[in-house]
Design a protein around this ligand. Structure first.
Ligand SMILES: Cc1ncc(CO)c(N)n1
Length: 223
């Protein structure tokens, strides 16, 4: 008997090229091959700190939607709350890491791609964005980082020792399990969603992947 294919699995197959583009970006390849230049890493660090600060209110809005929209037996609120707790830790880590690399966070100005991504996140906090669509966005955002940085830790990678901690942050197994929990929630919601909600969620899946590619592009001075 064949196992049932989930909605997220069909999207990952259908949009494989874009998914690979987001999770195997040249920036990630350069870390993994030991060819990353430090200015590019520092650019990423400063920009991602700004992103993460904007990510918090988005996650809070997903939490609110989970509380209103999921059933008693679901543990959605706990999973999302765990994600928020990790973000609290992440913000402290960014500050510590920035001082290690001499990146002045207070002087860092968001680049265009980052501004647009943050504005997009803010638009998703609207109550008009359904829980199913919001949880799909959340899952994709977290998973792109998990898959990207886990790749830098696989056997045979030449990630410089001073970047290992960064890769561990998102590439560790616990973060991988958390991403799987988000995916399960997304698939459960998609199972009971209307066709209209499913197509909105698929468009969201694609849009987030595109924003992620543009975000990586910033670190090598891309447009
Ligand atoms: C751009 C970007 N995407 C995703 C994450 C996290 O999961 C992050 N920190 N930054």
């Amino acid at each position: 008997m064949e196992a049932k294919i989930t909605v997220t699995e069909t999207w990952l197959r259908k949009h494989r090229l874009l998914h690979v583009g987001a999770t195997r970006h040249p920036f990630i390849h350069r870390i993994r091959d030991g060819n990353i230049d430090i200015p590019a890493f520092k650019t990423w660090l400063g920009q991602d700190y700004i992103f993460v600060r904007a990510f918090v209110p988005f996650v809070a809005s997903v939490l609110t939607k989970a509380w209103k929209g999921s059933n008693d037996g679901d543990n959605d609120v706990e999973v999302i709350l765990g994600g928020m707790a990790a973000l609290n830790d992440e913000i402290s880590w960014f500050k510590k890491e920035a001082s290690k690399w001499d990146v002045q966070l207070s002087n860092t100005v968001p680049q265009k791609a980052n501004q647009e991504y943050c504005r997009f996140l803010e638009s998703l906090t609207s109550p008009e964005v359904e829980y199913t669509v919001a949880i799909v966005a959340f899952w994709v955002i977290e998973t792109v980082y998990q898959e990207s940085f886990a790749h830098c830790l696989e056997d045979g990678s030449k990630t410089p020792p001073e970047l290992k901690e960064t890769c561990q942050r998102w590439g560790n197994e616990g973060f991988g399990e958390y991403c799987n929990s988000l995916r399960k929630i997304a698939d459960r919601q998609l199972e009971k969603a209307s066709d209209d909600a499913i197509s909105k969620a698929e468009a969201m899946f694609l849009q987030v992947l595109e924003y992620e590619v543009d975000f990586w592009n910033m670190s090598h001075g891309g447009i």
